[in-house]
Design a binder for this molecule. Structure first.
Ligand code: SF4
Length: 65
């Protein structure tokens, strides 16, 4: 599964990085970047937590076509 951050909505709170530091990285521009192409199975629960915790609802799964 792939995850994405909507950069127009992200306000750099960093809750995603706290929840799943192996997946999200807050950079100097205060926007969260996704570090992986595919989210490994062992990280899915942490990504789900990041989606719940993001105060801007900026994180979402990418729907597979
Ligand atoms: S928690 Fe949401 S608003 Fe905060 S840095 Fe992560 S994606 Fe951006």
């Amino acid at each position: 599964m792939k995850v994405q951050v909507n950069r127009d909505m992200c306000e750099g709170h960093g809750k995603c990085q706290s929840a799943a530091p192996e997946i999200f990285e807050l950079r100097d521009d205060e926007i969260s970047y996704v570090l992986v192409d595919e989210v490994p199975a062992e990280s899915v629960a942490r990504v789900e937590a990041a989606i719940r915790l993001c105060p801007r609802q900026a994180i979402s799964w990418v729907k597979e076509k």
